[in-house]
Design a protein around this ligand. Structure first.
Ligand code: ADP
Length: 270
């Protein structure tokens, strides 16, 4: 049956004995699908009212100087919170789309040096000159994937590095070749993360310091988005950090995702 979902567990005993267990997870799968649809629908429905609110607030903002200071503060607060909600809705919609399609279909060769340099510029403007941002790419590397998605993953990591490290920290965006593939890395020399938090960082809305969520401006979905973008590209997110020793976020891609220069036109994998 097409709508049946089974989960298999195979245990090996000795040389030639195997225990195969099959579990019917159809109901679980259907519930998960309902949860995803619900989140996607609510997010979609919130988009229009938020656009209307943001539009009016922008107009009121233009006349704010004619209002008493208390009202001016109110309008500016409403603008900030509306924009936060709009970012949240955008990220929820992106996440639900990424969760639904497990494989990218339209892969294209991505120029890594160009991509990292452009993300560095965006991160620099977020930092406002308070951090040192470097790009470290030694070869002309190209990756087969969806550029917009890879850009959003690296931007999330770079923006996090800006948001969660103190002034004067150094942030490096790096491409590094390994024996069985290559990795895009974002490394900082900030305060680092306690290892107890690391396994949970890619959960939606998981934050190390819950009190700082409003102040940092993130949606709490950044690393969940990174994880799902990577899954769609057969890649993995590895996080290495210790308190006081900075953090390294590594997006590890398998060899098949690298575009090799054969002299002919670029080969792409999907
Ligand atoms: P958000 O940044 O919106 O809170 P994310 O999913 O992007 O959500 O990040 C989850 C949490 O991981 C952050 O709240 C922060 O506590 C921690 N974190 C992410 N990147 C870093 C970093 N470079 N250094 C220290 N902590 C980080």
């Amino acid at each position: 049956r097409e709508d049946l979902f089974l989960q298999f567990q195979i245990t090996l005993y000795g040389d030639n004995e195997r225990l195969v267990m099959a579990r019917d997870i159809t109901r679980l799968h259907r519930l998960e699908q309902m949860r995803r649809d619900f989140v996607a629908n609510v997010s979609h429905e919130l988009r229009t009212p938020l656009t209307v609110l943001a539009g009016y607030l922008e107009t009121y903002g233009e006349y704010a100087d004619q209002l008493p200071p208390r009202w001016q503060r109110g309008i500016s607060q409403m603008q900030q919170q509306t924009s936060r909600m709009q970012n949240l809705v955008t990220d929820l919609l992106l996440l639900s789309r990424l969760e639904t399609d497990h494989q990218v279909e339209q892969a294209e060769p991505i120029d890594i040096a160009g991509l990292l340099d452009s993300v560095r510029q965006d991160a620099e403007s977020l930092s406002g000159g308070r951090h040192t941002l470097r790009v470290d790419v030694t070869e002309t590397a190209r990756l087969s994937g969806v550029e917009q998605e890879i850009r959003s993953a690296i931007s999330n990591l770079a923006f996090n590095a800006v948001r969660y490290t103190p002034e004067d920290s150094t942030i490096t965006l790096r491409w590094r070749a390994y024996r069985n593939g290559a990795a895009l890395e974002v490394e900082d020399d900030g305060e680092g993360i306690d290892p107890v938090h690391i396994p949970r960082l890619t959960e939606r809305f998981y934050r190390v310091d819950k009190g700082r969520s409003a102040e940092t401006g993130g949606t709490g979905l950044g690393l969940a988005i990174v994880k799902h973008v990577l899954l769609r590209h057969d890649a993995q997110l590895e996080i290495d950090s210790r308190p006081g020793e900075g953090a390294l976020f590594r997006c590890a891609f398998p060899d098949e995702r690298l575009v090799k220069d054969t002299g002919e036109s670029a080969q792409t994998a999907s």
